[in-house]
Design a protein around this ligand. Structure first.
Ligand SMILES: *[C@@H]1O[C@H](CO)[C@@H](O)[C@H](O)[C@H]1NC(C)=O
Ligand SMILES: *[C@@H]1O[C@H](CO)[C@@H](O)[C@H](O)[C@H]1NC(C)=O
Ligand SMILES: *[C@@H]1O[C@H](CO)[C@@H](O)[C@H](O)[C@H]1NC(C)=O
Ligand SMILES: *[C@@H]1O[C@H](CO)[C@@H](O)[C@H](O)[C@H]1NC(C)=O
Ligand SMILES: *[C@@H]1O[C@H](CO)[C@@H](O)[C@H](O)[C@H]1NC(C)=O
Length: 367
């Protein structure tokens, strides 16, 4: 690798590496190290929402590796399935917004309209055009120089189970859990096995979580959307699924909830209103609360925070007392937490190994 190559912008090079050169990542983990620094459990979890997605294209290898470098406790992803049954990391139900599909005229005949959560949606649906697979995502976490958890969402299970058929009548949920088991994920929250390979399984669909609770005892998080949006599978309202009786019911299956943050603390005219009692009621049921999504951009920061993302983190961690944060800017959250509740210094030698690996990826890439 020439010296000048090292300075090619990472964003460009790694994005190409991630999309074109598949498979690009050795599986299973080759760099596992039993002496890795453990997961921190003394402060709210830093959950890298779609990787370091404020800096690099979401859900790409580059975004995940950057998030690890910046101090993520968990790397977060959405899992969908391609038509041929491969689990992939991808958020949207169409390829339009986050890929260059429109430039590939050979795929024009794959444009479809499907009903997705009650709305007819037209676009290119995942065919063979995958980004990174669930397995590649897992291997990025397992290869990290310290213990890094994963936080995969089983996305749109109703749609996927309608459109994708696996052999032996297997469902999306079965394939999802099989993949986790294949790579050694097991055990209750905070068990030795779990701490070795931490994971939270998340879903907006209670039926999927309840089904998967029969397949694995790994901790699960019920995601909760905006107050106006019913659950995608059971058509229950926000008020139903945040009632005390529902929390009582669901606590048997999940370890916590992942609510949209504006529903925990409602907002009017871009100012915060009085916080709801959702966090205290969840905590009373021994449920963790991991709200989403924290973002540095001015357009997402409420006026109360004076364009200061640290002020927002301080409010949510000190006043609202949440247990984890989905953030697009893992690096900012990490720096904030290091200021207010520092961990012992990062092992620089391990950190430099990761940088070396990124350099290797570049030199093995298609540039
Ligand atoms: C694509 O982006 C537009 C504009 O942000 C948004 O309205 C639309 O919902 C996105 N489509 C998908 C499938 O996410
Ligand atoms: C979606 O389109 C199909 C076919 O045109 C139609 O039968 C169905 O009612 C539409 N669904 C919605 C929710 O508009
Ligand atoms: C869980 O497994 C038991 C025993 O096989 C079965 O009776 C039950 O219906 C299953 N529950 C769900 C939600 O699939
Ligand atoms: C969902 O629930 C609402 C409110 O109870 C009801 O009006 C609507 O018809 C239901 N939709 C479906 C698809 O069941
Ligand atoms: C830092 O990591 C290196 C390489 O993994 C290891 O040899 C060294 O013992 C670690 N140092 C500390 C203080 O943990």
């Amino acid at each position: 690798m020439s010296a000048s190559l090292r300075f090619v912008p990472l964003i460009f090079v790694l994005f190409i590496g991630g999309c074109v050169g598949r498979p690009f990542y050795p599986l299973p983990s080759k760099m596992a190290d039993s002496n890795r620094r453990p997961l921190q459990t003394s402060r709210p979890y830093n959950i890298a929402h779609r990787g370091s997605s404020g800096e690099l294209p979401e859900e790409t290898a580059a975004a995940y590796m950057r998030a690890i470098e910046e101090g993520a406790d968990f790397i977060e992803t959405d899992i969908l399935a391609s038509k041929d049954g491969v689990l992939i990391c991808f958020h949207d139900v169409t390829l339009d917004n986050t890929t260059d599909i429109s430039e590939h005229k050979q795929f024009a005949n794959r444009k479809r309209t499907y009903e997705v959560r009650g709305v007819n949606t037209t676009g290119w649906f995942p065919g063979k055009f995958s980004i990174i697979s669930f397995e590649e995502f897992i291997s990025i976490a397992l290869d990290a120089p310290r213990v890094v958890g994963i936080y995969p969402e089983i996305k749109n299970p109703v749609l996927i189970n309608q459109r994708v058929k696996w052999s032996n009548g297997k469902k999306f949920e079965d394939k999802f859990v099989e993949t986790l088991v294949k790579y050694g994920y097991k055990g209750l929250y905070m068990s030795k096995d779990w701490l070795n390979q931490p994971v939270f399984i998340q879903s907006f669909a209670p039926t999927s979580l309840i089904y998967m609770s029969n397949l694995t005892d790994l901790p699960k998080i019920l995601l909760i959307d905006d107050v106006t949006i019913p659950t995608e599978d059971t058509n229950q309202s926000y008020w139903e699924i945040t009632s005390d009786s529902y929390l009582e019911f669901i606590m048997e299956y999940v370890i916590g909830i992942g609510p949209c943050k504006d529903t925990v603390v409602p907002v009017a005219d871009n100012y915060l209103l009085t916080p709801t009692d959702l966090v205290s009621r969840a905590h009373a049921h021994d449920l963790q609360v991991h709200p989403y999504t924290y973002r540095n951009e001015n357009s997402f920061l409420h006026f109360d925070f004076h364009q200061d993302p640290y002020a927002e983190y301080d409010y949510w961690i000190s006043k609202i007392a949440i247990d984890g944060l989905f953030t697009d800017f893992t690096g900012s959250l990490h720096k904030f937490q290091e200021c207010i509740s520092p961990l012992s210094p990062v092992n620089e030698s391990s950190a430099s190994k990761l940088l070396h690996k990124i350099a290797l990826l570049i030199s093995n890439g298609k540039v």
